[in-house]
Design a protein around this ligand. Structure first.
Ligand code: GLY
Length: 351
């Protein structure tokens, strides 16, 4: 086993460890809280390895894809927990990518009004984002993750062995979130060795979560690039995966900030260089999605309490900006599309 790195998410009496590295799963049994007798492992078909919990364990598989991230799946899980006699002193383990850990976390948060959960994350995106920080939830037709709870895990395992068989598309999704950390910190993470890179992302996220666990302020910065991203996921009926959509959303956020005279063209180019260059991601808005539809979906974002709200770069750094004019959003979409069409000169739009 190569070196394992431990990052602590510091949340007073709910602090927990995140173990990162090849073979990290071997630490699972020792991390299980005292008193746990039964474990329910929530996962999907095709897991890259098996888990040894050292406890009486039931495996429950859920379907693949965002369409299974529903209240109905959550209910099925809770009924399975009950059928297997899980008590509130027992443990749920979310074993998989972000979709699995979000649903398993929400089921654990609700079952007996709160049962302990741990996550064993098997995707890059899950390791650097979804499994850390206690956001759990499911989708409803009106929006992504609109029903959920904050429920911190008791521990997280990021076993990098899982990444060896991870499909290329899933790797790209993780890179979308890593590019986000680049802009939040100014650090070039792309050149770090894998263990350090994942551990650094976990550290960055932990620090933000510890400062604002329930997103009353600073934690919203973790949604940089996410307002358009969530709209794209819904508009494409999830054909566009989350991390892919975040890559587009980051570049869009830069265009919007430029349209609003918050940053200059060089900073927009910087976003394009990091997203398309360092992380080799596409920043193109898919063809056939009307700007008005994207605008409407962005208006339904959870942050949109005081009108259209975005996380935007600016003279004070990246911050939450409420009451963004719809005209600026439409202008930024036009500017971005124009800059993407080969041979089309970049449109200049005012604020
Ligand atoms: N994925 C954003 C957050 O956990 O706050």
């Amino acid at each position: 086993m190569s070196e394992l790195v431990t990052v602590t998410v510091p949340l007073a009496d709910r602090s927990y460890r995140v173990i990162v590295g090849h073979g990290a799963r071997t630490k699972l049994a020792d991390m299980i809280p005292e008193g746990v007798r039964r474990v329910a492992v929530v996962s999907q078909s095709g897991m890259p390895f098996t888990l040894e919990t050292g406890r009486e364990t039931v495996q429950i598989e859920i379907g693949h894809g965002e369409h299974h991230k529903t209240v109905s799946t959550m209910e099925t899980l809770c009924r399975e927990f009950a059928a297997h006699g899980l008590t509130r002193n027992d443990l749920v383990i979310g074993f998989g990518g972000g979709m699995v850990t979000d649903v398993a976390g929400f089921a654990a948060a609700s079952y007996h009004r709160g049962t302990a959960v741990m996550h064993v994350s098997t995707t890059l995106l899950g390791m650097v984002d979804a499994a850390i920080g206690g956001k759990t939830g499911v989708n409803i037709p009106e929006g992504k993750n609109l029903v959920g709870a904050f429920w911190q895990p008791s521990g997280v395992i990021c076993d990098l062995d899982a990444l060896e068989t991870l499909p290329e598309r899933e790797v790209r999704c993780g890179h979308g979130e890593m590019a986000k950390y680049h802009f939040l910190t100014g650090e070039d993470l792309s050149a770090l060795p894998l263990t350090e890179r994942v551990a650094r992302c976990v550290e960055i996220k932990s620090e933000v979560v510890a400062s604002d666990e329930r997103e009353s302020g600073r934690r919203a910065l973790l949604n940089y690039g996410h307002t358009l991203a969530h709209a794209l996921e819904i508009a494409t009926d999830h054909a566009m995966a989350h991390g892919e959509a975040v890559a587009v959303g980051l570049v869009f956020a830069a265009h919007l900030a430029e349209v609003m005279n918050r940053i200059d063209t060089a900073r927009v180019e910087d976003h394009i260089r990091v997203v398309e260059g360092d992380y080799a991601l596409s920043a193109a808005i898919p063809e056939g999605l009307a700007d008005e539809l994207l605008l409407e979906l962005m208006g339904r974002d959870k942050k949109a309490i005081e009108g259209l709200t975005f996380v935007l770069d600016g003279p004070q750094g990246i911050e939450v900006v409420p009451q963004v004019p719809a005209a600026s959003v439409l202008a930024a979409l036009r500017q971005m599309r124009a800059s993407q069409s080969p041979g089309t000169p970049r449109t200049t739009v005012g604020s």
